[in-house]
Design a protein around this ligand. Structure first.
Ligand code: HEM
Ligand code: NAG
Ligand code: NAG
Length: 324
């Protein structure tokens, strides 16, 4: 074979390898089969977020929880049955929200193009739209995900990071999904919107460890305020606080400013300041909004590729809450 042929072969091998490494998703996947798909999702997300802005945060978190457990395959959307406890009913689920928005988009999509658009893609589009609606930059979502047929509550603990995690545990958790430490810091910035239940951080206020009751890495004034919002021993499990109080419904870099003044809400937020590498990314993001916005969009696309089912794997669920 001449050297021209070898080069062609080498290029083909490289192309083949890289398309195997990256999931075979593509922007505009539904252009021919359901051209209105992304518009329909955007319409219903816009409507829902207009009536309850918190749903934007809910949808972004749903996409994250979907992708980290069995890949972005819509498994977080599946309801439990008499014989199976699904991911959403794990005790780690604390307050996932936005399921009805996905249902409404799915219903209109089924009426428009039956059996074409996967629940996993709807969720990826909805997360993108939620970010754009709350002040983040919009980005193109490669699509073509197919829906999984398995959803187990027992899968959640080993795959989702806990708010008590330190930097090393967080890094490891994201690395296990093929995401870098920098991407972990970037994606944690999603905590710029939304809220948390008191139970997710109250250990930092009342029973940090055996020698210290209150986490010394938490700003004392902020801790006092949180104690008022989350009284010790309260039996009200519905109490919530905003995660980025200065701008709870705007996708911005305030989350990183919060951390710099010891006002990260979770251990998993504040811990980003405890190591030189992550701390430098926190500072960079706090100082450069455009940089973070761009990195966030890119990292969301990367997270959206984790463990996806494509081609003839999985199915296109007709109802996002149940396997076909
Ligand atoms: C780095 C590890 C992470 C940990 C430990 C973590 C943990 C949590 C916890 C405990 C809550 C509050 C749940 C509650 O008590 O109601 C929460 C909320 C939230 N998380 Fe994360 N998270 C992480 C990363 C992410 C990522 C990567 C995203 C998305 C890209 C994300 C998006 C959100 C959003 C938007 C909310 C607010 C949800 C709402 O208001 O309904 N989180 N997270
Ligand atoms: C979360 O799981 C608990 C059981 O641990 C369940 O009672 C609750 O309904 C679930 N929440 C959601 C939003 O699915
Ligand atoms: C408790 O936390 C404090 C502050 O982070 C730390 O200095 C101390 O070593 C911890 N004690 C135990 C027993 O873990």
């Amino acid at each position: 074979m001449g050297s021209g042929g070898e080069i062609v072969l080498a290029v083909m091998v490289v192309l083949c390898l890289s398309s195997q490494l990256e999931a075979q998703l593509e922007v505009g996947f539904y252009d021919a089969t359901c051209p209105q798909a992304e518009l329909i999702v955007k319409l219903l997300v816009t409507k829902a977020v207009a009536s309850n802005i918190g749903l934007a945060a809910g949808l972004v978190r749903l996409h994250f929880h979907d992708c980290f457990v069995r890949g972005c395959d819509g498994s977080v959307l599946i309801d439990s049955t008499s014989t199976n406890t699904a991911e959403k009913d794990s005790s780690i689920n604390t307050s996932l929200r936005g399921f009805e928005v996905i249902d409404s988009a799915k219903a209109l999509l089924e009426a428009t193009c039956n059996g074409v658009v996967s629940c996993a893609d709807i969720l990826a589009f909805a997360a993108r739209d939620s970010i754009a609606l709350t002040g983040g930059i919009s980005y193109q979502v490669p699509a073509g995900r197919r829906d999984g047929r398995v959803s187990l509550a027992s899968d959640t603990f080993a795959n989702l990071p806990a708010p008590s995690f330190n930097v090393d545990q967080l890094t490891q958790s994201f690395q296990a999904k093929g995401l870098t430490q920098d991407q972990m810091v970037t994606l944690s910035g999603a905590h710029t919107i939304g809220r948390s239940h008191c139970s997710s951080f109250s250990n930092r206020l009342y029973n940090f460890n055996t020698t210290v009751k209150q986490d010394p890495s938490l700003d004392a004034t902020y801790a006092a305020q949180l104690k008022k919002q989350c009284p010790q021993g309260s039996t009200n499990s519905n109490l919530v606080v905003p995660m980025d109080p200065p701008s709870p419904n705007i996708v911005d870099t305030n989350y990183y400013n919060d951390i710099l003044v010891n006002r990260g809400l979770f251990t998993s937020d504040q811990t980003l300041l405890s190591k030189a590498t992550t701390a430098s990314h926190v500072k960079q993001n706090a100082a450069n909004s455009l940089l973070w916005q761009n990195k966030f969009a890119t990292a969301m696309v990367a997270m959206g590729q984790v463990g996806v089912l494509t081609g003839s794997n999985g199915e296109i669920r007709l109802n996002c809450r149940a396997i076909n």
